[in-house]
Design a binder for this molecule. Structure first.
Ligand code: AHM
Ligand code: MG
Length: 336
């Protein structure tokens, strides 16, 4: 490539332009969902800035208290929760929020808004202090409660199959926003000097079969027998074991390269560790749109009827053939 070619190569479609062009595809397209996605993108840019300078600005580490999940809250968890909530409150398109960091439903006081958001503002945040990638995960639903009234549990006790959009932001070697509105999956890379996301991964698809399995094998002895047998078979076939311990990063790698992430039930986490409403459902919508599969070991994640806002579920997610295989091992275990 000549120097001139290098400097005249198009950068690509900016997120705003992409959203505007695709608005017609959005369910009930009236511009509000587009605006909501822009609000999330804006908040993510602020979080990106905070994460990149965390070591210098003294905002690493824990705040010394636990969140609703009984897990240690990091300072950046609190900051991310504040930023996303504020963006959604001011943005005006969201009537309520369920956040990993907050026990109760957050009433944004936007009673006329049509959408409800579930969010893990900063997933994998214990990785921040050691400079490992973290992420944000979100889902967007049409509200079920009546417009003009405060949000209720009807709004978040919807099956994942009712999501109108879902996405994640990966704060990694580059910052990326990946989302779906039910018409495929598109990935955007943040260009910090321009302050914009640009389309870098159009129409993302996961390989039907993969060669990476991602699981915290520290829990091996308390995994269901089927999962143990499956892991043993991965080892016999010398598949690659890759586990960052940061869900968005593990998921993103597997999406790009082909693989499966698992968080089965363990002795410590009888229903798995991950949360249905703002971790599993969001990623399940994305993986299905990319041609992959997501299950709790018995049924499709997107078909689970939630009963509680912070409920957990086991998760098997990634390349279709790998998920089918672990499911067949789990079935064999039941029949044995
Ligand atoms: P968090 O929401 O409290 O950050 O927990 C979720 C994280 C995921 O990012 C990651 O995949 C998983 O917990 C790791 O758990 P473990 O340390 O048990 O392997
Ligand atoms: Mg999380």
């Amino acid at each position: 490539m000549t120097v001139l070619e290098k400097f005249t190569t198009p950068i690509g479609v900016a997120l705003d332009r992409f959203i505007a062009a695709k608005q017609g595809e959005f369910p009930f397209a009236t511009g509000e969902l587009s605006q909501l996605l822009r609000d999330i993108a804006l908040a993510s840019k602020i979080i990106n800035r905070e994460i990149n300078r965390a070591g210098l600005s003294g905002i690493e580490g824990s705040i010394g208290a636990d969140n609703v999940q009984g897990e240690r809250q990091q300072m950046l968890d609190v900051i991310a929760d504040y930023r996303f909530t504020r963006a959604l409150v001011i943005g005006g398109q969201t009537c309520g929020i369920v956040s990993e960091e907050v026990e109760d439903i957050i009433d944004t006081k936007n009673n006329d808004a049509k959408y409800f958001v579930t969010i893990d503002p900063l997933d994998g945040s214990s990785n921040i202090d050691v400079n490992v990638s973290v992420g944000t995960i979100f889902s967007i639903y049409r509200r079920k409660s009546e417009i003009g009234t405060p949000p209720t549990q009807k709004d978040y006790l919807q099956k994942g199959s009712e999501q109108v959009a879902a996405g994640y932001i990966l704060y990694g070697s580059s910052t990326m926003l990946v989302f779906t509105t039910g018409f495929g999956v598109n990935g955007f890379t943040y260009e910090p000097s321009l302050g914009e996301y640009f389309l870098s991964h159009p129409d993302m698809k996961i390989k039907e079969d993969g060669s990476i399995y991602s699981v915290n094998e520290g829990g091996y002895h308390s995994f269901p027998q089927g999962v143990k047998d499956y892991i043993d078979s991965c080892k016999q076939r010398e598949l690659s074991a890759r586990y960052i311990g940061s869900l968005v990063a593990d998921f993103h790698r597997n999406l790009l390269k082909g693989g499966m992430y698992m968080y089965p039930s363990t002795e410590k986490y009888q229903n798995g560790k991950l949360r249905l409403l703002y971790e599993c459902n969001s990623l399940a919508f994305i993986i299905e749109q990319a041609g992959g599969m997501a299950s709790n070991g018995e049924k499709r994640i997107l078909d689970i009827k939630p009963e509680e806002k912070h409920q957990r579920t086991p998760l098997y997610i990634g390349s279709k053939k790998m998920v089918e295989e672990v499911l067949s091992y789990l079935k064999k275990e039941q029949l044995a």
